[in-house]
Ligand binder design. Sequence first.
Ligand code: M6R
Length: 606
Amino acid sequence: MCGIVGYAGSREASDVLLGALSGLEYRGYDSAGISVLTENGIDTVKSKGRLQALADRLKTHPLSGHCGIGHTRWATHGEPSDLNAHPHVTEKLSLVHNGIIENYQQIKNKLVTSGYEFVSRTDTEVAAKLIDSLYSGDPVDTIRRAQEQLEGSYAFAILFADHPGTIYATRKGSPLIAAKTETEGFIASDVPAILQYTRTYVLLEELQIAAVSADGISLFNPDGSQPVLEYRTASWTVEQAQKGGYPHFMLKEIYEQPKALRDTVHPRISDGLPSFELQDDIPEGFWKQFEAVTIVACGTAMHAGMLGKALIEKLARIPVECDIASEFRYRDPILTPRTLVLLISQSGETADTLAALRLAKERGITTLAVVNVTGSSIAREADYVIHTYAGPEIAVASTKAYSVQLSVMYLIAFKLALANRRISGEEAQNLTAGLLHAIDATEQVLTLGADIQEYIKRYQTLKDLFFLGRGLDYALSMEGSLKLKEISYIHCEAYAAGELKHGTISLITEGVPVVAVATQSALLPKMISNVKEVHSRGADILLICKDGFEVDPDVYSKCIRLPALDDLFMPVIGVLVLQLLAYHTAVLRGCDVDKPRNLAKSVTVE
Ligand code: M6R
C-alpha cells in the first residue's frame, strides 16, 4: 500500500527521500514522487512505475534542497499514472496521502464552485486543494480545520511553501511516525523507511499533528495541547530488513521460520506449559472466562485463524467462529459478554481488521490481538496483545508471519483447553513438547526445496490448479492456494476433498494439476478415495503426505513425504512445502516474487 516519507535536515532531501522510499518498496506501489523545497519554491518530480523510474527522472530534473516529502502510491482513485502520482501540489503547498477520503466528491464540488480546477482523478488532490483553500498562514490551525471536513482515513505529510524547513503531518486511521537524529527530522508511514537513518521515533496518535524540522519534533493534540513525546526505539535492524544474500525476501523469510517460531514460542513456555503471563501480561485467570471465541482476520492471517478454530474446538471444546474481517464488520455479529474476539494481523494496520477490533470494543467485548508489528494500531488498541516475533516481513506474500501466528494458535488452544479442564497439566505439557518438536522438524522440511523445484517444472505455463485436503489439511490447503495464486498468477482453488464431487470435479480433466495434502492419519482412507476420484479423471497429482503413509503409487505423479509428527502438528511443517511450492513456481514463471502485481503488503483501505 502507499508509503509516506518526509525529511528535514542538512543533506540533499531527494537522496534521503529516495533512500527512505526504498525501505517502503516492499509495501507494493505503482508510482512514486518527491517534492522538495528548493531555492525557487516547491518543486516536484513524479513517475509511474518503480522507484528506479523516479530516480532516473531525478537525474534530468534534480531537486536541490534540504526539506521534502515523498510517496509511493498504490492506486485506489484513478489509474497508476504520472498525473495521479503523489505529491499533489498547489501554489501554497505539496501533500502526500495514504488512505481514502470518502467524501472527496462533495468537497471537490464545493471547491470547483469556488474556482479550483483539478488535474488528477485522485481523492488526494481534493485534500491538497481543501487545505490550500483553508490556509491561514498557520499550518497547524489549517490542518485542524481541514480535519473537521475530511471523512475517511488519511495520513498526510505536507510541505508549506512559506514554512521552509518544516514538514507537517497528521493521521486518522492510517499509521504515521515521526523520527529524529540530533540534526534531522523524518516522517514515515512505517519503520523500515527510517531504519537506515535512525531508530528513534514517536507514533502519532489519531488526529495529532506533527511539525518536524531539523531541530526536532513537535506534536499537537486535537485540543491544541502539546503532549510529552514518548520516544520508541525500533527493535528491527537494517540487516533484518535486507535480503542477506537470498535472491528474494520471500525465500529469506521462508528460511527464517525455525528461528521466528522459536523466538515466538520459547518465551511463552514456563515449566513445560504455555504461559502468557510474563511475556504478554495476560493473567492466568483470563483464559477461564470465555464460552465462545470469534477469530477475525484477513488473507493469510485468516487462514492461520482457520487452523486456530480447528485447534481450539478440538482441544478446548469451545465453539469458535473464524471470520473474514471485511465480512464480520458489516454482518452485525452475535457477540456475548463471554465471547473472546481474537484478531490476527501481521502488520497490525489492516483496515478491516482494525475496524473489526473497534466494533468489538464498542460492544464491550474482550479483544485479544496477535500482532507482529509493535506499536501498530491494532497492537495499541486491543485489550490484550500477543506479539509474534517474526521480525520484519518484507515480502508481500506472508510466510513467517503465518507460521508464528499458527504457533500462537496452538499455545492459545492448549491454554484454553487447560483453563476449561479439557486436558490435564500433563497432557498440556505433552502438547507443548509436541509443538516444540514440530518446530525442530521445520529445519528438515526446508531441505525439500530442490525436490520441489525439479517437480514443478511442469507448472511453467499452467493456468489452473486445485488443492485438496480434509480437516486441518483443508485449512492448510487454503493457505497453499492463496500463496501460489498471489505470486505465480496461476488460478488456484482449495477444496475440502469430500466437497469436490458436488460440482467442481467437472473441471478435472486429463492433465489438470492437483496438489493433494494428506497428512492426517485419521482421514487418510477418505482422502485417498478422493485422490482416486480425481486421478481416474486424469488429474496430475502431487501428493504431500506423512512419512510412512502407504499410498498406491499409481495415483500420484510425485509424492513429497513429511516427517511423521502427530497429526495435530502436521500443519506446522506442511505449510513450508506449500510456501516453497509457491515460491519456486513463481520464480520459474519469471514473476516479481516479492512485489506481486496489484498487491500491497499492508492493506490500509477497505
Ligand atoms: O497484515 P495482516 O496480517 O493483517 O494482512 C492480512 C492480509 O492482507 C495478508 O495476510 C495477505 O493476505 C498476504 N498478502 C498474504 O500473503
